[in-house]
Design a protein around this ligand. Structure first.
Ligand code: GMT
Length: 379
């Protein structure tokens, strides 16, 4: 199949999933066209059947907001025509599903029919999409998609509750390339470079937005390091970064915290981690938790949204109510406090991650493409 993939090219989870999906589909023989405003961060390799088409939005002084949707729709029309793309898969409804629908209508005028598959990722439904300013357009573009998927049952339920949806929504969970996150018999990789033998390594990965509750990450770590030698690895950049640094200074723990910034080598950091923290306010899935588990790292998380579909209570880690820093600390100390227990949780985490093997999940997207294309042929 010739598949056009529209996504955010940044470090956000939806862009990562879209990129990994495109790369895997290309390995399975499909021709993939990424269409977005920058080369996706995890798209290191452009090969014979992986293409990248940049959407340019020329600046014009009249515009307070540059019309990205318009430029994207036009680019989609051009690329579908030029490369004979058969199906468009858009990740994150805003504004991609809307722009794709416009492109589809323009193409219909030229006698070309291209169906749209929309994958809902989280904040496009919860924090952002359900805002009254966006809701009518988001409802419209979900209902006009030829197929809709959500990355968890929880996100599907939220979508049905918050919007007037006429379409069926398929739950296709996020996935992981387990080869990339190989755990070499739980060896400690390069941990000697990051911490002393006696120190436990705690990790957090996010785009440091308020929804990630990074303050809770610091509080939990502060409590842990009072009880046992520990270091905190912070991966990601975002609006809360300065606040995090200042809080670390105030608590006198800055020398125990490593800031990696945006990194493409999270597998290398996770391989020497002992515990992962994800205390988010809301999380449709929690891809970062799955990446940690695939590296054999147990997870202390909140129990919000789709996280319970990934992190299994008492098996791969523990889940608590949002903001319950005391319980999260207690559970973290329980896991870290005994070497045999820690080993068991690490093994369990990796085993739970196997459920999300990309070889099991990617064929579900292929089946949806096939089904959508065949339905469209009948129309
Ligand atoms: O908020 C983020 O972490 C980024 C955001 C995105 O769309 O890039 O992530 C959402 O999609 C990820 C991939 O499907 C999910 O794993 C995240 O849970 C989801 N984030 C939220 O729901 C807050």
């Amino acid at each position: 199949m010739k598949i056009g993939i529209v996504c955010y090219p940044t470090f956000g989870g939806s862009g990562v999933v879209a990129t990994e999906l495109g790369l895997e589909l290309s390995k399975r023989g499909h021709e993939i066209h990424f269409i977005t405003y920058n080369q996706p961060v995890r798209l290191e390799l452009i090969s014979n059947n992986v293409h990248y088409h940049e959407v340019n939005v020329p600046e014009y002084p009249l515009f307070h907001y540059q019309p990205y949707e318009l430029a994207l729709s036009s680019k989609l029309v051009d690329m579908v025509k030029l490369h004979k793309i058969e199906i468009l898969h858009v990740h994150y409804a805003i504004p991609h599903a809307y722009a794709a629908y416009m492109a589809k209508k323009m193409l219909q005028e030229a006698g070309i029919y291209v169906p749209i598959v929309t994958t809902l990722h989280g904040t496009d439904i919860t924090l952002v999409g359900s805002h009254p300013f966006y809701k009518p357009a988001v409802t419209f573009s979900i209902n006009k998609s030829d197929a809709v998927t959500a990355v968890s049952q929880s996100l599907k339920d939220d979508t049905m509750r918050l919007f007037d949806i006429k379409n069926d929504i398929h739950v296709v969970p996020n996935f992981i390339d387990l080869e990339k996150y190989k755990v070499h018999g739980f060896s400690d990789c390069q941990r000697g470079m990051m911490a002393k033998e006696s120190e436990k390594i705690i990790t957090h990965i996010s785009n440091l937005r308020p929804v990630k509750r990074v303050d809770d990450v610091i509080s939990i770590f502060y409590n842990i390091q009072k009880e046992m030698p520990a270091r905190l690895m912070f991966i990601g950049e975002g609006p809360e970064k300065e606040k995090v640094e200042n809080r670390c200074i105030k608590l006198g723990i800055l020398d125990k915290v490593v800031f990696f910034g945006k990194s493409n080598e999270i597998d290398k950091i996770l391989c020497f981690s002992d515990l992962f923290l994800l205390p988010s306010q809301t999380e449709s899935f929690g891809l970062a938790a799955l990446e940690a588990m695939a590296s054999g790292v147990p997870v202390i998380s909140s129990n919000t949204g789709g996280i319970p579909e990934v992190n299994v209570q008492g098996v791969s880690g523990f889940l608590s109510n949002v903001g319950d820093v005391d319980e999260m600390t207690k559970n973290a100390l329980y896991i870290l406090g005994d070497e045999n227990r820690l080993k068991t949780f690490k093994e369990n985490a990796r085993r739970e991650a196997l459920k999300f093997d990309l070889h099991k999940i990617v064929p579900q997207y292929e089946a949806i493409y096939q089904d959508t294309l065949s339905k469209c042929l009948v129309m």
